[in-house]
Design a protein around this ligand. Sequence first.
Ligand code: NAI
Ligand code: MG
Length: 343
Amino acid sequence: MSSSKSSPIPATLIPGDGIGPEITAATVKVLDALGAPFAWDIQHAGMAGIERGGEPLPETTLDSIRRTRLALKGPLTTPVGGGFRSVNVRLREAFSLHANLRPVRTIVPGRYDDIDIVLVRENIGGLYVAHEHYIPIGDDPHGVAVLTGMNTREGCRRIAQYAFDYAVKHGRKKITVVHKANVLKALTGLFLETAREVASDYEGRVAVDDRIVDACAMQLVLNPWQFDMLLCTNLFGDILSDELAGLVGGLGLAPGANIGADAAIFEAVHGSAPDIAGRGIANPVSQMLAAGLMLEHVGAGDLAQRLNQAIRQTLNDDNVRTPDLGGHASTAVFTDALIARLG
Ligand code: NAI
Ligand code: MG
């Protein structure tokens, strides 16, 4: 009996904001058709949390993840400037989800073919610690803005070890450490120094090199094939993972996993896309690929493979695509075509 046929696995489902409920419903429909083993506990967060109970991160949602230690999450809207602190950041902190795994592969042939890059992002520290404050100058309360970032040697070592272990396990050959140690000498210098130390334990198995982040961003456009895995600090990983999504056709095709010792939360790389929310045209593939990562995480790699193959067939053989990929299909039409491929 395959692992995927064993007893139901409790998992938290957070539909999210904007296009979140649309792509999450589509993903659950596909997972059901696939016979995925998850028993969902539906919880809310973000604006949806505020609308229901007044909290962007309700205690009931936290309790659910404490219990299931596994979640599929739609994107959550975060106010720009003022307002509540990012719920995504709070979730990563609350469950010590130290590793952010963001793989991209060419699915739809486009500007770049044969892209296959795995980005590992430090998910808790760096500049996203966001210890920020204003210093008033005269009658301007926002005369100066101050930000403190923080990386610990332990945190740097843990994420480097995660990346190198991942490389060994998945047959990856090279890790490029991304930093800005020429300017942010302490914050990103420690990250680079520690990554090199960890790399020495993997000598002969996984190669290592490094790039300054700005040069790396350019090289990703000129010659992305030189990269196998990227190991990034928190902010640089956030930025470069959207760039990676751009290499393979956009944010509709980029999944992510937030992994800690005690819990894991799976989500698309993209946000709540308020500009297209409620129109039924969002591309659900990123969220479905994230569900694929979740299946692999629980040992149902066979189901993940079937899902990934059906996604490829629907997009390429059937040519059913949502508008972001140049097609005319709605989320629902795409989802039904995908389910037909699973049949
Ligand atoms: P976004 O990723 O939501 O959208 C950027 C552009 O990509 C938009 O034009 C959008 O329509 C398009 N897009 C994104 N996903 C798509 C999909 N599945 N199908 C088709 N088109 C898609 O980024 P934006 O607009 O900067 O952020 C919107 C909100 O999302 C903000 O409140 C932000 O804080 C939040 N956000 C949440 C994340 C999360 O929950 N993990 C991650 C990134 C942003
Ligand atoms: Mg981002």
